[in-house]
Ligand binder design. Structure first.
Ligand SMILES: [Zn+2]
Length: 183
């Protein structure tokens, strides 16, 4: 069971990470507020279930998160790019191994990286770099109080809401109500 109201509508791990600082338009709410929260986020984001999350990792990911946000919004500051590159360099993908079950069936085995948490943070940095190079449209939800980021993959590149269920329907209901009031 997740303890926090994580949202996974960003479309990419790096954008989902940015969205762990919630309500950015209205003062901001930190969801990565302790090491347990970060361990949970890394597990639910399918980045790693291994390694001990420390206060240093927590500090690091908050810094990485804000660098990712600025870079994906097109602010390409040298300092932020250095942060992304430094973390990307710590991503370590151990080579795939072949193992046999007791019945001698072949199965894949992927060893856990030595510093699994740092490697997972690195994976998020790599994701952000790849996303930037794919030149996608990263948008900020149009709802007044939302501020969530998402990758716009709509054909016309005109998606407005982080999710229809959350902000889209609310906005439609408001428009409907406003129309009814004027007629
Ligand atoms: Zn929204």
């Amino acid at each position: 069971m997740a303890r926090r109201d994580w949202i996974w509508d960003g479309g990419r791990a790096s954008v989902d990470l940015v969205n762990t600082l919630r309500d950015r338009k209205t003062g901001a709410r930190e969801l990565l507020d302790d090491t347990d929260a970060l361990a949970e986020w890394l597990r639910l984001a399918k980045l790693t279930e291994h390694g001990e999350v420390t206060a240093k990792h927590l500090d690091a990911i908050r810094g990485l998160r804000e660098a990712v946000d600025r870079v994906l919004r097109g602010e390409l500051a040298d300092a932020d790019i250095a942060v992304l590159n430094a973390w990307a360099a710590r991503h370590h993908q151990p080579p795939l191994q072949l193992r046999l079950t007791p019945q001698r069936e072949p199965v894949a085995y992927v060893p856990t990286p030595e510093d699994a948490v740092a490697s997972a943070l690195g994976a998020v940095a790599v994701d952000a770099i790849e996303l930037l190079l794919e030149s996608p449209t990263v948008r900020i939800c149009a709802a007044e109080t939302c501020g969530l980021r998402f990758v716009d993959r709509s054909p016309a590149r005109n998606r407005q809401w982080c999710s229809m269920a959350r902000c889209g329907n609310r906005a439609k209901a408001r428009q409907h109500y406003a129309r009814r009031k004027t007629t």
